[in-house]
Design a protein around this ligand. Structure first.
Ligand SMILES: [Zn+2]
Length: 172
């Protein structure tokens, strides 16, 4: 029997209350009624369709953050991860995912869900592998802002644009 999830087809509420490096701070997060509604719509409306499109398992690394947790992970004060007002977001990764899987997931959101998201940002390491993938839910201030960020460049680049190419010596 496939595992049943408590929030959506593929996600549990707990997926949005965790931190790999600061599990104790994540445990102290308050789960409000409003958070539960936001997480429900976010998981059902954005992450599930994306997951079903790429047909690979997805996990989250960070969802809601308290002030303490946000500071501990080096998040900016205005981060969507604080889940203030209508804000809701998470950082996700595709288990066993290739760069192409991330590109397909990103392009799927652009094509099918652009009005449902706030900011979608794909972060790249210097070697142009994927560092992390931030997906926010449309929140009344922001909608459909697509960007990429290179580790060694100061600015966010608007997308659509060119996907960064791997350095020549890498083959994947
Ligand atoms: Zn994020």
């Amino acid at each position: 029997m496939p595992k049943k999830h408590n929030l959506s087809q593929w996600f549990d509420l707990e997926d949005f209350y965790k931190s790999k490096n600061h599990p104790k701070l994540a445990k102290q997060l308050k789960v409000t009624r409003v958070d539960q509604y936001k997480a429900f719509y976010y998981a059902n409306g954005i992450l599930d369709p994306m997951r079903n499109f790429i047909n690979k398992p997805i996990d989250t690394t960070s969802g809601k953050r308290s002030v303490e947790l946000n500071t501990a992970v080096g998040g900016v004060e205005t981060s969507e991860h604080r889940w203030r007002n209508y804000d809701c977001c998470s950082d996700i990764y595709i288990i066993g995912g290739s760069r192409m899987d991330y590109f397909r997931a990103y392009e799927f959101i652009m094509r099918e869900l652009r009005h449902a998201v706030s900011e979608v940002i794909l972060y790249f390491y210097r070697n142009m592998q994927i560092k992390h993938f931030h997906i926010g839910m449309a929140n009344g201030k922001k909608r459909g802002e697509f960007m990429i960020k290179h580790e060694d460049k100061p600015n966010y680049e608007k997308f659509p644009g060119e996907w960064p190419k791997l350095p020549k010596k890498d083959v994947s």
